[in-house]
Design a protein around this ligand. Structure first.
Ligand SMILES: *Cc1c(COP(=O)(O)O)cnc(C)c1O
Length: 399
């Protein structure tokens, strides 16, 4: 049996590579993929002990699998959480959390600026089971103070938001929630634990769509919930055990390997996005640039306190509205016209006609989604080539 020792003092870059892999008797250096649905026992006595919980260990891969555990232990270490539960998608992570931790009649307060499908989950499905949902604009401090009361069970936010990269002060919101006996859940998809650690800032639970930066190459769908043993380790895993929105071991292997390069990638995404944001700011066709790394971001002071970098998402508005936006998108030759993000490949999206296309013009105006808005998820290509590709359409739009 080969034993390598884990160390509490490890830096994130080391945790992401070394945590969680305990070689089998074969001494394999790479993380193995356990493609098995169930696990065997040495005796009837051991089987009984495993099922009763008297002895820890694997039973059935709906709720534990050694490959999935490598990913879970690595992500828990990076987020600074007691434990992590991997799920079949980011949406399954949000669903599992609220199904496990809420009952009919509970009130939750949610930021309006969350991922579109997350809004549908709350409005169409969780509401059907009696969850009471209040919506607040992410940057509206007075709104949060008015909405959160002693009736509130959970507060849910994404920061920075999609696509306008607005942020909320996590420490302030956690304190406000806790004062009313509520908990704070943060979807940390955009920053990842490399750029932002919500638990250290006071949040109770972190949600991930592993599909995005944790994978980093757009290969698989997955999600995760990170938090304390009682609520995540027992309650959320208990929901997974019973209801089954679990991560497949092959996907867990992809995400575990993805984490090994996460720190390097997030630094590169940030550097490339900063270069693109600077280029866009100087271009005459561009009216406004939204990027958390800019000194004139409306919440630059909060960002400086809680983020270790701007990340890879840059949005910008064109003077020429939708015509100019489509001209820029159609003028590119390399960038991928798709709504996905967190990939090595840069993607370009027109939110008003795609991700936010089902909103009415009035709702879009309220959400700040201008017809001339473009969202970029900056990838790992050489930033000079990304800029060259954007310039093709932008020069036309500036006409
Ligand atoms: C993509 C995304 C989700 C949903 O994740 P899936 O893995 O696609 O189910 C949730 N939150 C945010 C912020 C996302 O970008």
């Amino acid at each position: 049996m080969i034993i390598r020792h884990e160390d509490e003092a490890w830096q994130p870059q080391t945790q992401a590579i070394r945590v969680g892999h305990h070689p089998t008797n074969e001494g394999e250096h790479g993380e193995p993929i356990f493609t098995t649905s169930s696990f065997m026992f040495e005796s009837a006595e051991q089987a009984a002990a495993r099922f009763s919980g008297a002895e820890p260990g694997n039973i059935y891969a709906r709720f534990t699998n050694p490959t999935t555990k490598i990913f879970e232990d690595r992500l828990a270490a990076l987020e600074g959480g007691e434990c992590c539960v991997a799920t079949g998608s980011g949406m399954a992570a949000i669903l599992s959390t609220f199904m496990a931790l809420c009952s009919a009649g509970d009130e939750v307060v949610v930021a309006r600026q969350v991922f579109g499908t997350t809004s549908v989950l709350f409005n169409k499905y969780l509401a059907k089971f009696g969850l009471k949902i209040k919506w607040v604009n992410l940057t509206d401090r007075v709104g949060w103070e008015a909405a959160i009361s002693d009736l509130t069970r959970w507060v849910f936010v994404e920061t920075p938001s999609n696509p306008l990269t607005e942020v909320v002060d996590i420490a302030w919101l956690a304190e406000l929630a806790h004062r009313h006996g509520a908990g704070l859940i943060v979807d940390n998809c955009f920053c990842t634990p490399i750029l932002q650690q919500p638990l250290a800032l006071g949040a109770d639970i972190v949600i991930h769509s592993a599909t995005k930066y944790l994978d980093g190459q757009g290969r698989a769908i997955g999600g995760a919930v990170v938090g304390d043993q009682a609520r995540v380790g027992e309650e959320v895993r208990g929901f997974l055990r019973t209801c089954g929105p679990s991560m497949a071991p092959f996907n867990a292997w992809i995400f575990a390997k993805g984490l090994e390069t996460l720190s390097l990638r997030m630094k590169a995404h940030t550097a490339h996005a900063s270069a693109v944001a600077a280029f866009l700011l100087a271009h005459p066709a561009v009216k406004k640039v939204h990027y958390p790394g800019l000194a004139d971001h409306p919440q630059a002071e909060i960002i400086a306190r809680q983020q270790q970098g701007g990340g890879g998402i840059v949005s910008f508005e064109l003077h020429g509205g939708r015509t100019a936006a489509w001209q820029v998108i159609n003028g590119t030759r390399m960038l991928s016209i798709t709504a996905n993000l967190g990939d090595a490949k840069t993607t370009i999206t027109h939110p008003a006609s795609t991700t936010h296309g089902r909103l009415t013009p009035a709702q879009r105006a309220e959400a700040g989604i201008d017809d001339g808005l473009i969202r970029l998820a900056i990838g790992l290509e050489d930033p000079r080539d990304i800029i060259r590709d954007l310039r093709l359409g932008l020069d036309q739009a500036a006409g």
